[in-house]
Design a protein around this ligand. Structure first.
Ligand code: SF4
Length: 930
C-alpha cells in the first residue's frame, strides 16, 4: 500500500490539552480519575493529582497511581517499527504484517491465526481488534490476558445471573454493615477501594469486616475476623455458609420464589455436603468457633457485600467458588440493593471494557454470545461482515498450546507479556520460538515476549492514548492524551485498522478517531436490544465528537433516552435469563485440585505486591516504586524456614515439576505453615530466574479456562553462596553468566545485586568499565572473597562494584546500599574523597542503617518511623505528623500499624462523632492510648 493511502495520524489528531487534562489511571480495576496539569515550577514538568470529582476515588489515589508520571519517559520505549530485526517504515511494517497474516489464512484457514490482547487496551482498541478477528477474519481466536484474572467471574455471573453483570457499586461498600473480602489483599491490590472501606468503617464503627485468606495479609490485619483457611477450600466455606442459611431459615423466601430457580435441589445437596459448621471447619482447617461466628454474622446482617477477586477466580474450581458466593446472596435476596451485593473486583484497568466488546474467545461484542445464532446474526448484520466466527475460539492457555503444536502459525500479541504471565511460562516461550510469525505491539522496547517477536509495532502508552476504560463498578471513564505521540508511535486502534484496510476491509474500519469507534460500539449495544441484554449504552450512541471529548464518568447501562446510567442492577429482581429468574446451579464442588506431596511439600500461592504492577514494564521504571521490595522474594512461615534449613534473607530455589526459580527467602509469620508466597512481577528483564509462572502448571477451571495460579505444589532448597556483590553503574552492563542477579533502574542508575558460589569474574565487569575517560581504582582480597572496583574521573563516579563474602561466611563487609545510591545521586563531582571512601568502606563513616522504605510517597524509611515511635508517636496519625509517612496515598498505613503493634504500643480506632456522616479525608485517624 502506498503512503498516500495511509490515514496519517499526528499530534493534531490527539486532543492534547497541555494545561489540564482529566484522565484515568492505567493500573488496577478501581479506575481512579486523575487530573494532569502543567507543573507550576518547571515548564516541561507535569503534576498529577487525584480527581476529587471522579466517583471511583473522590480525590484519593495510591502510590502506584501517584507515581505514574515517573513512567512516561522515552527510555526503554519502542519508538519505531521493526521487522526481523530491521527498523522499517510503518508502510513496510504494516504491509509485511498483513502479508504474513493473509498468507497464513490463505494456506491454513482462519483458525491458524490468533490475536492475544490485553486489559491494558482501551475499549476502542479492543473493539476493533475483536471486530477484525471475529467479524472479518472469521475466527474467534482472540483471547485476552483478562482470561487470567476474571474470566471465572464472567462465567459465574453468566451461569447464575444470566449475564456478565457486576450488580453493585463502590458506594455499596460504604453503606454495608458487613463486608466480606475473600481472595484479595485489597490494601495492596485495590488500595483506593480499601481506603474507602476503612474510611467508612471509621465513620460507622459498627461496620464489620471479615477477611478470608490463607495468608495474614495487611488487609487481613484490618479485619474484625480473619478466616485463615486452608488454601483452596473457599468453595467449601461458602457452600457451608449456604447450607447454614438454609438450615437456620435465614432466607428471603419471597425473593427465592419470585426471582430465582433451582433453589431446592442445590439447597438439598448443600445440606448433605455440609451437615454442620463443624464439618465445614474441619474441611477448611479453621476453628469451629470462627466459622460459626462468620455464619451468624452473615445470616444476621442484611446489608452485606461480598467482594471477591483473584484468590477465588484463579482456581481450578473458581467458577464453583464464585457461584457458591452468588448463591448466598441470592438466597438472602441481597443483590441490587444499597449496601447488599456480591462484588467481583477486577484486576486490570480495562478488563471490564474488554468484556463489553467481547474480547474473550467465547464472547461476541456487546455482551452477546458466540454460541447464540441470533446474537451472531445481530452482530454480523450490524457490522456488515461476510465471515463471522461460528464457534468459540481458543482460550489463552489452549491458544498458546495450539501455537506450540503448530496449529496456530501466526499470533499478534498486543500490550501484554505472556512469556511471563501465563502458566507454564517456559512452554509459552518455547511456543513463540517455534511460531512462524510473532507480531508484538507494545509501548516498551524490551520484554520477555518482545525478545521473541519477528515484527515489533510501537504502540502509544498511557498519557498518549485516547479512549475509554470501564472499571469494576461499570463506570466508563475517558483516558485522555496529555502528551504528543513520540517518534513513530501510533495508537493500537490505528494500527489494527490499517491492517484491516490491507486485508480488504478498509470500508468497515475507516474510523478517523476513537470517538467514531466508541459511537459504533454504543450503537451496537443498543441494536435489537429492547431491554433483552444487560449491556446497553445506547444513551451514548448519539454523542458528538465534542461530547465524547468532554464525557465524564458514566455508569452502564445507560439506555437510549437516559441521561444517566444505573449504579446498581437487579433492584427489580429481574435477571437476563430466558424467564427473567436467576439460577441456583448445582456446583458439584471439588476440593483443592493440586495437593502437596512428599516430594513437593509446600503450596505456592502467587500474587501482587503493593508497589509493582504486572510484569514491571512500567512500575519497574519508577525509582520510587522500586524501593518498597527491592528484590525478587519468596515468603515463608518461620516454621518452614526452620524445617527446610533456610535462613531469612538467604537465596532459595523454589522448584516445581516444571522448573526452578531463584529468590530471596523472606520470613512472614502471616503465612500459613506449609504455604509459600511469591510475587508475579519479576521476569527475565529484572532477575536471573524469577518468572514464577514458569513453575505453575497449566491447570485451568474447566468452565472459565482461567488458570489456577494460587495453588501449586513446590519444594524449597537453600542456596549457599560464597560471595555477594552490589554493582551500581550509570549504564546498563552485562553480567558474568551463571550467577543470581536482580536488577533495578533508579533515577538513571543501574543497580544489580549479584550472588553466587562459583568464581566471580571481576575481569568481565572491568572490561566494560575500561574507558579512556575513567580511571579504575581496585582493591581485592581473594582470601576473604572481597573486592572493590570504582570507575571514576574528575567529574563523576561512573560505576562501583562491591563484592563481599557470601551467606556462608556472614556479611561483615557488606556496603551500605542506600548510602552508596545517595552518593551516586548527589555526589559533588569534584570531591575526590568520595571514590576513596567508596573504595575503602562502601558506607558512610558514621553511617546508620535506615531500614526498609515504608512510605514510598514521602520516602520515609523504617528507622525514621521507629525513631518517631520511640519518641512517643504511637498512632498512625502522630507518626504522620512527625514523619509525613502515611499522609498521602495511605497504602503504607497497614505497615505503620504493624510497626506500632510490634513496638508494643496499643492503638484503638477513634470513632467519629455520632452525627458525623462523612469520613474525614484522612481516614487513618487513630487515638493514642499509650
Ligand atoms: Fe490506580 Fe491505585 Fe486507583 Fe488502582 S487504586 S486505579 S492503581 S490509583
Amino acid at each position: 500500500m502506498s503512503e498516500s493511502t495511509l490515514i496519517t495520524l499526528n499530534e493534531s489528531d490527539v486532543s492534547v490539552n497541555p494545561a489540564e487534562v482529566k484522565t484515568t489511571c492505567a493500573y488496577c480495576g478501581v479506575g481512579c480519575g486523575f487530573v494532569v496539569s502543567e507543573g507550576a515550577k518547571k515548564e516541561d514538568a507535569r503534576e498529577l493529582q487525584a480527581d476529587k470529582d471522579h466517583p471511583a476515588n473522590k480525590g484519593r489515589f495510591c502510590v502506584k497511581g501517584s507515581s505514574q508520571l515517573d513512567t512516561i519517559g522515552l527510555d526503554n520505549r519502542l519508538l519505531y517499527p521493526r521487522v526481523d530485526g530491521r527498523q522499517v517504515s510503518w508502510d513496510e511494517a504494516l504491509d509485511e504484517t498483513a502479508r504474513r497474516l493473509r498468507d497464513t489464512i490463505a494456506e491454513h484457514g482462519p483458525d491458524s491465526v490468533a490475536f492475544y490482547v490485553s486489559g491494558q487496551l482501551l475499549t476502542e482498541d479492543y473493539y476493533v481488534a475483536n471486530k477484525l478477528m471475529k467479524g472479518f477474519i472469521g475466527s474467534a481466536n482472540i483471547d485476552t490476558n483478562s482470561r487470567l484474572c476474571m474470566s471465572t467471574a464472567v462465567a459465574a455471573h453468566k451461569r447464575v445471573l444470566g449475564s456478565d453483570s457486576v450488580p453493585g457499586c463502590y458506594e455499596d461498600l460504604e453503606s454495608a454493615d458487613l463486608i466480606v473480602i475473600t481472595g484479595s489483599n485489597m490494601a495492596w491490590t485495590h488500595p483506593v477501594v480499601y481506603q474507602r472501606i476503612m474510611a467508612a468503617k471509621a465513620a460507622r464503627p459498627h461496620m464489620k469486616l471479615v477477611v478470608i485468606d490463607p495468608r495474614k495479609t495487611v488487609t487481613a490485619e484490618s479485619a474484625d475476623l480473619h478466616l485463615q483457611l486452608k488454601p483452596g477450600t473457599d468453595a467449601f466455606l461458602f457452600d457451608g455458609l449456604f447450607a447454614h442459611l438454609v438450615r437456620t431459615a435465614a432466607l428471603d423466601i419471597e425473593f427465592i420464589e419470585q426471582c430465582t430457580k433451582g433453589f431446592n435441589d442445590v439447597a438439598g445437596n448443600s445440606l448433605k455436603r455440609s451437615p454442620s459448621g463443624r464439618v465445614v471447619a474441619e474441611r477448611c482447617g479453621l476453628p469451629e468457633k470462627q466459622v460459626s461466628e462468620f455464619f451468624h454474622l452473615f445470616a444476621a446482617t442484611e446489608k452485606t457485600v461480598t467482594v471477591f477477586s483473584q484468590g477465588i477466580n484463579q482456581s481450578a474450581n473458581g467458577v464453583e467458588k464464585a457461584s457458591a458466593i452468588l448463591h448466598c446472596h441470592l438466597a438472602t435476596g441481597r443483590i441490587g440493593k444499597p449496601g447488599a451485593s456480591p462484588f467481583s473486583i477486577t484486576g486490570q484497568p480495562n478488563a471490564m471494557g474488554g468484556r463489553e466488546v467481547g474480547g474473550l474467545a467465547n464472547q461476541l461484542a456487546a455482551h452477546m454470545d458466540l454460541e447464540n445464532a441470533q446474537h451472531r446474526d445481530i452482530v454480523q448484520g450490524f457490522w456488515g461482515s461476510v465471515h463471522i466466527a461460528q464457534r468459540p475460539g481458543l482460550k489463552a492457555v489452549d491458544l498458546f498450546e495450539a501455537i506450540h503444536n503448530g496449529k496456530v502459525k501466526f499470533v499478534w500479541i498486543m500490550a501484554t507479556n505472556p512469556v511471563v504471565s501465563l502458566p507454564d511460562a517456559g512452554r509459552v516461550s518455547e511456543a513463540l520460538k517455534k511460531c512462524e510469525c510473532v507480531v508484538v505491539s507494545d509501548c516498551v522496547a524490551d520484554t520477555d515476549t518482545l525478545r521473541l517477536a519477528h515484527i515489533k509495532l510501537p504502540a502509544a502508552g498511557w498519557g498518549e492514548k485516547d479512549g475509554t476504560v470501564t472499571n469494576s463498578e461499570r463506570c466508563i471513564s475517558r483516558q485522555r492524551a496529555f502528551l504528543p505521540l513520540p517518534a513513530d508511535v501510533k495508537p493500537d486502534w490505528w494500527i489494527i485498522c490499517r491492517i484491516a484496510e490491507r486485508l480488504g476491509f478498509g470500508k468497515q474500519f475507516a474510523y478517523q478517531m476513537p470517538a467514531d469507534i466508541f459511537i459504533e460500539h454504543a450503537k451496537l449495544s443498543a441494536f435489537k436490544n429492547d431491554g433483552s441484554r444487560d449491556f446497553d449504552i445506547g444513551g451514548l450512541a448519539s454523542l458528538s465528537h465534542q461530547d465524547y471529548n468532554e464525557l465524564g464518568p458514566t455508569y452502564w447501562p445507560i439506555r437510549a433516552g437516559q441521561s444517566t446510567g444505573s449504579t446498581r442492577l437487579f433492584a427489580d429482581g429481574k435477571f437476563f435469563t430466558d424467564d427473567g429468574r436467576a439460577r441456583f446451579v448445582e456446583t458439584g464442588l471439588q476440593g483443592p485440585v493440586i495437593e502437596n506431596t512428599l516430594q513437593f511439600p509446600l503450596i505456592l500461592n502467587t500474587g501482587r505486591i503493593r508497589d509493582q504492577w504486572h510484569t514491571m514494564t512500567r512500575t519497574g521504571r519508577s525509582a520510587k516504586l522500586q524501593q518498597h521490595r527491592t528484590e525478587v522474594f519468596a515468603e515463608f512461615h518461620p516454621e518452614d524456614l526452620k524445617k527446610y534449613g533456610i535462613q531469612n534473607d538467604q537465596l532459595v530455589s523454589l522448584i516445581s515439576p516444571l522448573g526452578r526459580c531463584v529468590m530471596r527467602a523472606s520470613v512472614n509469620a502471616g503465612q500459613s505453615p506449609g504455604a509459600v508466597f511469591a510475587p508475579i512481577h519479576w521476569n527475565d528483564c529484572f532477575t536471573s530466574a524469577g518468572r514464577i509462572d514458569s513453575l505453575i502448571p497449566a491447570v485451568c477451571d474447566p468452565v472459565s479456562g482461567q488458570p489456577a495460579f494460587k495453588q501449586t505444589a513446590v519444594k524449597a532448597e537453600a542456596l549457599l553462596s560464597e560471595w555477594q556483590a552490589l554493582l551500581i553503574s550509570r549504564e546498563r552492563l552485562s553480567l558474568p553468566a551463571n550467577h543470581y542477579w536482580n536488577y533495578r533502574l533508579l533515577d538513571g542508575l543501574h543497580v544489580y545485586n549479584i550472588e553466587g558460589k562459583e568464581h566471580f569474574d571481576l575481569a568481565h565487569i572491568k572490561r566494560q568499565l575500561t574507558d579512556e575517560n575513567y580511571k579504575i581504582a581496585e582493591l581485592t582480597d581473594s582470601d576473604s572473597n572481597s573486592a572493590r572496583v570504582i570507575a571514576y574521573n574528575k567529574k563523576t563516579v561512573f560505576a562501583g562494584l562491591f563484592v563481599w563474602p557470601g551467606s556462608e561466611s556472614g556479611n561483615t563487609h557488606k556496603p551500605d546500599e542506600n548510602w552508596l545510591l545517595s552518593e551516586f545521586r548527589t555526589q559533588s563531582a569534584e570531591n575526590k574523597f568520595i571514590p576513596v571512601r567508596m573504595l575503602a568502606l562502601g558506607r558512610a563513616v558514621h553511617g546508620n542503617v535506615e531500614g526498609a522504605l515504608i512510605c514510598t510517597c514521602h520516602q520515609v524509611r523504617e528507622a525514621a518511623i521507629q525513631s518517631a515511635i520511640s519518641n512517643g508517636c504511637c498512632s498512625v496519625e502522630t507518626i504522620g505528623q512527625c514523619t509525613r509517612a502515611g499522609t498521602q496515598c495511605g497504602s503504607c498505613v497497614p505497615e505503620l500499624r504493624k510497626l506500632i503493634q510490634t513496638a508494643g504500643l496499643a492503638t484503638q480506632q477513634l470513632p467519629f462523632s455520632a452525627d458525623s456522616q462523612v469520613a474525614p479525608d484522612n481516614f487513618m485517624q487513630e487515638e493514642s492510648v499509650c
